[in-house]
Design a protein around this ligand. Structure first.
Ligand SMILES: N[C@@H](CCC(=O)N[C@@H](CS)C(=O)NCC(=O)O)C(=O)O
Length: 202
C-alpha cells in the first residue's frame, strides 16, 4: 500500500499521527499542493475531489477520507485502540471525533480557505464567512476548555482519534489567528500533553 501525503496539510497529519500512535509505517509519496499537483490528472484519477490524504491499497483501490483511512488501520491493528473498545466507548469516541471535526477542525480549515492568500484564485473565497468561522472556532475552543475540566482527553481517560483531530485543527488554526487563550487552562494543559507525545511530530 502507499499513502499519498502532504507534509504541510492538516488532514494528512491526522493520518500520520494515527499511524505513529499505532507504530505502523507505510510507504509515503508527497503530493505538492502548492503546485496544485493534487488537482491534476494523475492524482485526480485516485481522488476526483483532489483531497489528500489518499491510501492506495495493495489491490490498487484508492481509499480517501482521513477518518476512513484511520478506520482501516484500526481494524488491521486494533492496538492501541484509538477508536474505542466496546459499543458505548466506540460511540462516544465517534461522537467526540465528529464534534472535533465539525466544530474545530473544519472551522479552522474554512477560515483558512476563505481568508488566506494561498487560496486566492484557487477557490472562490468569502472572507466574511471566514471571519464567522474564525469567531465560531474560538467560541468552540472556549467550550472545549470547559469540557476538559473533568477529564484528561477529549473523549475520556484515553487518548483517541478525537484528540488527533482536535490537535491538528487547533495547530492549523494558528495561521488564521485561532489560538488557545491563556485563560483556557484545561485546553492548554491538554494541548501541551498531546503535543508532547512523539506522534505529534509525525
Ligand atoms: N474530507 C477529506 C478532506 C481532504 C482535504 O481537503 N485535504 C486537503 C489537505 S488538508 C487538501 O487536499 N487540500 C488541497 C486542495 O483541496 O486543493 C479528508 O478527511 O481527508
Amino acid at each position: 500500500m502507499k499513502l499519498y501525503d502532504s507534509a504541510m496539510a492538516p488532514n494528512p497529519r491526522r493520518v500520520r499521527i494515527f499511524l505513529a500512535e499505532k507504530g505502523i509505517s507505510v510507504p509515503v509519496e508527497q503530493v505538492d499542493i502548492g503546485k496544485a499537483d493534487n488537482r491534476k490528472p494523475p492524482f485526480l484519477a485516485k481522488n476526483p475531489l483532489g483531497g489528500l490524504p489518499v491510501l492506495e491499497l495493495d489491490d490498487g483501490r484508492p481509499l480517501c477520507e482521513s477518518v476512513a483511512i484511520c478506520r482501516y488501520f484500526e481494524e488491521l491493528q486494533p492496538k492501541p485502540p484509538l477508536m474505542g473498545v466496546d459499543a458505548a466507548d466506540k460511540a462516544f469516541v465517534e461522537m467526540w471525533q465528529r464534534r472535533m471535526e465539525l466544530e474545530v477542525f473544519q472551522r479552522a480549515t474554512a477560515t483558512f480557505q476563505n481568508t488566506h492568500d494561498f487560496f486566492k484564485g484557487r477557490i472562490p473565497q468569502v472572507p466574511e464567512y471566514g471571519e464567522v468561522q474564525r469567531k465560531t472556532a474560538l467560541a468552540r475552543l472556549a467550550w472545549l476548555d470547559g469540557e476538559l475540566s473533568g477529564r484528561e482527553f477529549i473523549a475520556g481517560s484515553r487518548y483517541t482519534i478525537a484528540d488527533i483531530t482536535a490537535l491538528c485543527g487547533i495547530d492549523f488554526g494558528r495561521v488564521s489567528g485561532i489560538r488557545i487563550d491563556p485563560a483556557w487552562k484545561n485546553l492548554q494543559r491538554w494541548h501541551e500533553a498531546v503535543s508532547a507525545r512523539p506522534s505529534a511530530k509525525a
